[in-house]
Ligand binder design. Structure first.
Ligand code: UDP
Length: 194
C-alpha cells in the first residue's frame, strides 16, 4: 500500500518486504523503477511537478529518510519503518551474489564507481558487477554509456547522479535500456567506495 506524503506516494514495506520485491523484479521480464526519497525529495517535488510525477511512476518508492517515517506518523498514516537505500542495496547484493544476476554502477565522480565496485565485490564475494561509469558526461558520452549498458544487459542498473537528475534520467531512458531494474541511489557509490 502507498502512503501519500505531501503528494509523493511512498510504499509502506519493511526492509525484508522491500528486498523480496527487488528479487521478484530482477527475476521478472518487465522493467522496474525504484526510488528512495528522503524529506528533501518531497520538498523538491512540491516545487517541481515533473519530479513529483516521475517519483509517483516508481514501482517501488521506499522511505530512505527517517523524516519521511516521522511525517507519516504525524499525518496518522504510519509507515512501518525506514528502508535506507544504501542498506537495501547491501541486502540485495547479498541475495544475488553467487547467482548469474549482474549489476552496473553509473554515477559519481571519476574513479568512485570503479572503487565502489571493487569494494562491494570484496564485501560480497561472488557479486557480479559487470561495469561502471562515472556520472559526468556530455550527450555523445551518454549515448556511448547507454550502448555499453545495452550490450552488457545488467539485471540491476544503479544510477547515482543525485536527485532529481537520476530519477528523471531513469524515467526518460528505462524503456531504451536493456535492464530489469533501475534504482536511483544518490551518493551511495561515495559511501561504498569510502
Ligand atoms: N553526481 C553525478 N553527476 C552529476 C551530479 C551528481 O554523478 O551530474 C553524483 C555525485 O558525484 C554524487 C551523487 O551524484 O556521487 C549525488 O550525491 P548526493 O548525496 O548529493 O545525492 P542525494 O543522495 O542527496 O540525491
Amino acid at each position: 500500500m502507498k502512503v501519500d506524503i505531501l503528494g509523493v506516494k511512498i510504499d509502506d514495506y519493511t526492509m525484508d518486504e522491500a528486498v523480496k520485491k527487488v528479487s521478484q523484479y530482477i527475476n521478472s521480464d518487465k522493467k522496474y523503477k525504484i526510488y528512495t526519497p528522503n524529506p528533501e525529495f518531497v520538498i523538491a517535488a512540491n516545487e517541481d511537478e515533473e519530479f513529483k510525477d516521475v517519483l509517483n511512476k516508481g514501482d517501488l518508492v521506499i522511505p530512505d529518510g527517517i523524516g519521511i517515517v516521522m511525517a507519516s506518523k504525524i499525518m496518522k498514516k504510519s509507515i512501518k519503518e525506514r528502508v535506507a537505500g544504501y542498506d537495501l542495496l547491501q541486502k540485495v547484493f547479498n541475495e544475488i551474489k553467487d547467482t548469474d544476476k549482474t549489476v552496473y554502477l553509473f554515477g559519481a565522480a571519476k574513479g568512485v564507481a570503479a572503487n565502489a565496485a571493487s569494494k562491494m565485490q570484496q564485501l560480497h564475494k561472488g557479486l557480479n558487477i559487470i561495469g561502471y561509469h562515472d556520472g559526468y558526461f556530455d550527450e555523445d558520452e551518454e549515448k556511448l554509456i547507454m550502448e555499453t549498458i545495452n550490450s552488457l544487459k545488467p539485471d540491476l542498473l544503479l544510477v547515482g547522479l543525485g536527485a532529481p537528475k537520476q530519477e528523471k534520467w531513469i524515467n526518460e531512458n528505462i524503456n531504451n535500456l536493456n535492464v530489469k531494474v533501475a534504482i536511483g541511489v544518490g551518493g551511495s557509490f561515495d559511501g561504498m567506495a569510502g
